[in-house]
Ligand binder design. Structure first.
Ligand code: UTP
Length: 298
C-alpha cells in the first residue's frame, strides 16, 4: 500500500525585509525608502505585495527600520486625500488608491534596529510568523511572471513540502548565490547545496537564487545562533545551508523573468520593462522609447 504523506502546512505569511539603506541608489534613497521608488507607475513594493496576494498570502510582515515611515503610510488609508477626490468626483483616481489598502490587521510592521544583514532582518519577524512555514520576498527583486513567481512556488511547495526557493539562469553566476543541483524533474530541482558568488569556472550551476524563498520555521532557531558571514552581516544563506542538512530543499526554475532593482541601471531596466508590459501604456511607452533612442543616436 502507498504510504500517505501528510500535506504540508499551508503557506499564509510572507516576510518582506525593507530595512536596508539602499546605498547603491543614493541620493534617491536619502529620504525615500528604496522600496518606495517608482517602477513605472507605482512603488516597487506594490508589485511584490501583488505577487504575494496572487499566491494566496494572507498576512504580510514588513521588517522596517529608521526612515521607512513612508511604507506604513502608503499601505494605510488616506482619508483627506480620499475625501478630496470624492468631492471632486475623481473616481478613477480613487480606484487607483484601492490597490494599496489591505484589510485591517492583515499587515504587521516590525523594526530591525540596525541593518545587520538579511538573516537578521528575517529573524526579527520570528514572533509574528510563529511556528509555520512562511515566504521571504526581497522587494528589490521584481518578478514578471504569470502566474506570479510565489504562486508557482506555492504550487510546488504543496507537492514537495519542505523548503522551496526560486532560481533563474544567469550568465554571471559569480555575482550571485548559485545552487548545487542533485537531480531534476522538469523545472523542480532537488538541491544538495548552494554557493555564494562562486568563481565562474567553479560554479556548480548557472542557476542563481533570485529573491523568493518558502522556508520552514526551524530557520529561526538557526538564525538566532548565526555568526556574521560575508560582509560581516548575518546572512540568510548561511542558515539555509545549515537547514539543508536537516530538511529537504528544492529550487524552482520559475517561468518568468527577474528584474534586479538593487542598482541604478537595474531600476531603469525594470522601469522600461514594466512600462512596456503595461496593458494601457505599453504601446505608447514603446513609441516614446524608440523616439528617444533615435534622437539620442543622431
Ligand atoms: P540589499 O543588500 O539588496 O539592500 O538587501 P540594501 O542593503 O538596502 O542595498 P545596498 O547594498 O545598500 O544598496 C536586500 C533586501 O533586504 C533588506 C533590504 O532592505 C532589501 O530590501 N535588508 C537588508 C534588510 O531589511 N536588513 C538588512 O540588514 C539588510
Amino acid at each position: 500500500m502507498d504510504s500517505v504523506r501528510a500535506a504540508p502546512k499551508p503557506l499564509r505569511k510572507a516576510v518582506l525585509p525593507v530595512a536596508g539603506f539602499g546605498t547603491r541608489v543614493l541620493p534617491a534613497t536619502k529620504a525615500i525608502p528604496k522600496e518606495m521608488l517608482t517602477v513605472f507607475d507605482r512603488p516597487a513594493l506594490q508589485y511584490v505585495v501583488d505577487e504575494a496576494l496572487a499566491a494566496g498570502i494572507e498576512h504580510l510582515v514588513f521588517v522596517t527600520g529608521r526612515n521607512k515611515g513612508a511604507i506604513e503610510d502608503y499601505f494605510d488609508r488616506a482619508p483627506e486625500l480620499e475625501a478630496s477626490l470624492q468631492a471632486k468626483g475623481k473616481t478613477a483616481q480613487l480606484k487607483e488608491l484601492e490597490i494599496s489598502v489591505r484589510p485591517a490587521g492583515a499587515m504587521s510592521f516590525v523594526r530591525q534596529q540596525g541593518a545587520l544583514g538579511l538573516g537578521h532582518a528575517v529573524w526579527c519577524a520570528r514572533d509574528i510568523v510563529g511556528d509555520e512555514p512562511f515566504a521571504v520576498m526581497l522587494p528589490d527583486m521584481l518578478m514578471m511572471a504569470q502566474p506570479s513567481c510565489l504562486a508557482q512556488m506555492a504550487a510546488v511547495y504543496e507537492k514537495v513540502g519542505g523548503n522551496v526557493i526560486a532560481v533563474e539562469p544567469t550568465d554571471t553566476p559569480e555575482q550571485y548565490g548559485v545552487i548545487a543541483p542533485e537531480s531534476r524533474d522538469g523545472r523542480v530541482i532537488k538541491m544538495k547545496g548552494m554557493v555564494e558568488k562562486p568563481k565562474r569556472e567553479e560554479a556548480p550551476s548557472n542557476l542563481f537564487i533570485s529573491g523568493r524563498y518558502i522556508l520552514q520555521p526551524e530557520i529561526f532557531e538557526l538564525l538566532s545562533s548565526q555568526k556574521p558571514g560575508a560582509g560581516g552581516e548575518i546572512q540568510l544563506t548561511d542558515s539555509m545551508a545549515r537547514l539543508m542538512e536537516l530538511q529537504p530543499f528544492h529550487a524552482l526554475e520559475y517561468e518568468g523573468r527577474t528584474y534586479d532593482c538593487g542598482d541604478k541601471i537595474g531600476y531603469l531596466r525594470a522601469n522600461v520593462a514594466f512600462a512596456l508590459a503595461n496593458s494601457e501604456y505599453g504601446e505608447k511607452a514603446a513609441e516614446m522609447l524608440k523616439k528617444t533612442l533615435t534622437e539620442w543616436e543622431r
